[in-house]
Design a binder for this molecule. Structure first.
Ligand code: SR1
Ligand code: MG
Length: 406
């Protein structure tokens, strides 16, 4: 009998005990230290390390509600989904996710590689650090994990079994509400619009009927387009980074959905970093260097993604019609349109919705924050409404730049 035979929410002392009893990493006499380090909205994340040694581990545990609010009742099955997906992603995109040591379906926790030598990308970007290898790494991650899990490559029966295994209704419902509905219709009254922008947001988002219509169409696409096994929450808080390494974490929102959902999340969150740099860097040379790096990175995320996607299609497609001349480019074109739409949706929801981003909320000067929010939201509306006009990284950047002029 062990105290870990029945589920309960662990505190740091329990986690140290768990690590000793359940993992092969530490011996019985090891002196362990444990700290809760999670700052996400959903789970509890503990770092456990041995005093006087380099051995350490991360243990992530799921509660039956979201950490951010008890209003979100969540199945603890999300930890299974996360652990299985990290293992799969590790095979499809080697070196770009943490190694999983153990998944425990009783305690609903997962033990994985400690990435403390990396930093959460959003925090690093808020210090205006640059990562020249990021576009290369994240486009490899996305092409490998997305294209290789579609019907283009997988046997269709195998793919359908994966759709079934990774059905994730409660986490999807969070995205359906927070990303697709509430930024345009605050029907649950839980948006958090920055008061000096309330009138502007009311007119430009809530009262824009044509925009709400496009959001409605996109929501139904998100709920029905089982295209690829997407990460489902690929923002800069789900990425650990250092100069020569990128690791994607937290795939608990994963399910079979539209590929553009992941790509658009990456692009939008780079734009939040851009808006933060634009609003807060005082030295003009430093500002120019940082914003140029971000602009180049946004451009490369789109253009490298497209290039690698077509190359991988040629090498890996198995579906007979995937070899039909021009079908690859048509399919990719639709992915880029979805990417534009999701870029816009993510820009809106992280500014007006329940789960906002620090890149924006940390801008202290009121006028600068009002401006940063309006730049992002003005661009967002174009990405959503004109999504079918986007083809290249340059198209994406032009919209951001036009929004700055308005
Ligand atoms: C209730 S969860 C709020 C947000 O946090 C997660 O990281 C997802 O982005 C979700 O939408
Ligand atoms: Mg997360």
């Amino acid at each position: 009998m062990s105290k870990f035979d029945t589920y309960f929410l662990m505190n740091p002392e329990d986690v140290s005990e768990y690590a000793k009893e359940k993992l092969d990493l530490f011996d019985d006499k090891a002196e362990l230290v444990c700290k809760e380090i999670g700052d996400g909205n959903i789970n509890y994340v503990f770092r456990v390390w041995e005093k006087n040694s380099d051995t350490s581990v991360i243990i992530k545990q799921a509660g039956d509600t979201a950490r951010i609010s008890d209003d979100f009742k969540l199945s603890t099955d999300r930890t299974r989904i996360e652990a299985e997906i990290l293992v799969l992603e590790g095979k499809l995109a080697p070196g770009l996710v943490p190694v999983v040591y153990k998944y425990d379906d009783i305690m609903n926790c997962c033990a994985m590689e400690d990435l403390s030598d990396h930093e959460i990308m959003r925090s690093a970007l808020m210090k205006h650090e640059k990562f020249p290898g990021f576009a290369e790494d994240i486009t490899t991650f996305m092409v490998n994990t997305l294209l290789l899990t579609t019907d283009v490559v997988l046997d269709h029966k195998e793919k359908k079994a994966m759709v079934k295994s990774f059905i994730n209704p409660q986490l999807c419902e969070i995205s359906e509400d927070l990303v697709y509905t509430e930024p345009f219709n605050d029907y649950q009254g839980r948006n958090g619009v920055f008061p000096p922008n309330l009138e502007w947001v009311t007119k430009e988002l809530y009262e824009d009927k044509a925009l709400r219509m496009e959001a409605a169409k996109l929501k139904f696409d998100f709920m029905t387009n089982a295209q690829a096994l997407i990460h489902g929450d690929l923002h800069t808080g789900s990425i650990f980074i250092k100069k020569d390494s990128t690791k994607v974490i937290d795939p608990e929102f994963a399910f079979y959905g539209p590929i553009g959902y992941d790509v658009g999340n990456v692009v939008a969150n780079l734009m939040f970093a851009w808006a933060n740099g634009d609003a807060t860097i005082e030295n003009p040379t430093e500002k120019e260097r940082y914003l140029s790096w971000l602009e180049e990175t946004i451009l490369q995320v789109i253009d490298l993604f497209k290039e690698k996607f077509l190359k991988s299609w040629k090498e890996n497609a198995t579906e007979v019609f995937a070899k039909e001349e021009g079908f690859d480019k048509w399919y990719l074109g639709t992915v880029i349109h979805d990417t534009a739409a999701v870029t816009g949706l993510e820009l809106c929801r992280r500014i007006v919705g329940l789960a906002q981003v620090k890149d924006i909320t940390s801008i202290e000067d009121e006028k600068a924050r009002v401006r940063a929010e309006r730049i992002c939201l003005t661009a967002a509306k174009k990405y959503i409404k004109n999504r079918e006009g986007y083809r290249t990284g340059e198209d994406f950047l032009n919209t951001l730049k036009e929004a700055v002029q308005q």
